[in-house]
Design a protein around this ligand. Structure first.
Ligand SMILES: NC(=O)c1ccc[n+]([C@@H]2O[C@H](COP(=O)([O-])OP(=O)(O)OC[C@H]3O[C@@H](n4cnc5c(N)ncnc54)[C@H](O)[C@@H]3O)[C@@H](O)[C@H]2O)c1
Length: 271
């Protein structure tokens, strides 16, 4: 006969607390080696989750996984031919929190926009999330728990000139997220977007030169004249602020939040 004390001490049921609400959870964050993704990795790990840092940048992913006690998946999410059912089943094994975050930016008027760039952005930022969600859902349905969190953008609900591919991909991601929410609701799986304004990351730093060129203004004026014009709060979003929102959406407290898109844009989309 099993002694009750033994049964309790050997129990593998995770103990979740207010500070560690994600204990026992396994998360996978695409584009987790840099910027918002890295902040999301840190936020989830700090709350008790084991996090898989999925990125094309092996060195960056490894350094962060070492820092948070997580693991890595080196992957080029633009190469969807390599995202076979077997590869995805292995990478996503046991994952109950999936954060689709990897993204890039290209800025050009439509008439000058390279069709290959348009295709690549749609592949990385819409088709790859679809393939990962598709692969993750069956095990989430079986476990009656899952969290799909898609890093969209204010450009998922608003447009800006010269970002045809990016705006199209993010609007598509918002739609994919809502369909996932409707299908997953009966199985304890939620799906939501987070939609930040401009965040202090390498992706934004890299586009300052391009924005200056395409708008014909000095680089020093890009922040005030382009990036922050629509915001009520005139500063960039910090990556850790997005990480904190994602971590809450991943928690049990957010069980009734699904099909939504949470803006964190300093008031941009209130207009
Ligand atoms: N920075 C912003 O202002 C902002 C605002 C709103 C939304 N977003 C979104 O947040 C997400 C992250 O952006 P960020 O600013 O942190 O960018 P970032 O450039 O700092 O990080 C992007 C990460 O994605 C990885 N990545 C790029 N291509 C990849 C590929 N083919 N396969 C696998 N990994 C790949 C990169 O290696 C990098 O680690 C993107 O989806 C972006 O659209 C960013």
């Amino acid at each position: 006969m099993t002694d009750l004390t033994d049964a309790i001490s050997t129990s593998t049921v995770p103990v979740r607390t207010a500070e560690q609400p994600l204990t026992g959870r396994r998360a996978l964050v695409t584009g987790g080696a840099s910027g918002i993704g890295a902040a999301v990795v840190r936020a989830l790990a700090a709350r008790g989750a084991h996090v898989v840092v999925a990125d094309i940048d092996t060195a960056g992913a490894t350094a962060l996984a070492d820092e948070v006690g997580g693991s890595i998946w080196t992957v080029n999410l633009m190469d969807t031919d390599a995202l076979t059912d077997d590869t995805l089943a292995t990478a996503l094994h046991g994952v109950d929190i999936l954060v689709n975050n990897a993204g890039i930016q290209r800025i050009n008027p439509i008439q000058d926009f390279n069709p290959a760039d348009f295709h690549n952005i749609l592949t990385l930022m819409l088709e790859a999330p679809f393939l990962l969600i598709r692969a993750a859902l069956p095990q989430m349905y079986a476990a009656k728990f899952g969290r799909i969190i898609n890093v969209s953008s204010v450009h998922g609900i608003r447009a800006s000139p010269f970002k045809s591919a990016y705006v199209s991909a993010k609007h598509g991601l918002e739609g994919l997220s809502k369909v996932t929410a409707l299908e997953g609701g009966a199985y304890g799986v939620t799906s939501n977007c987070v939609a930040p304004g401009y965040v202090r990351t390498p992706l934004v730093e890299k586009q300052i030169t391009d924005q200056a060129l395409v708008h014909g203004i000095p680089e020093a004026e890009v922040l005030s004249k382009i990036m922050l014009t629509e915001s009520a709060i005139k500063r960039l979003v910090e990556p850790s602020e997005v990480g904190s929102l994602v971590a809450w959406l991943a928690s049990d407290d957010a069980a009734m939040v699904t099909g939504s898109s949470y803006t964190m844009d300093g008031g941009w989309s209130a207009r």
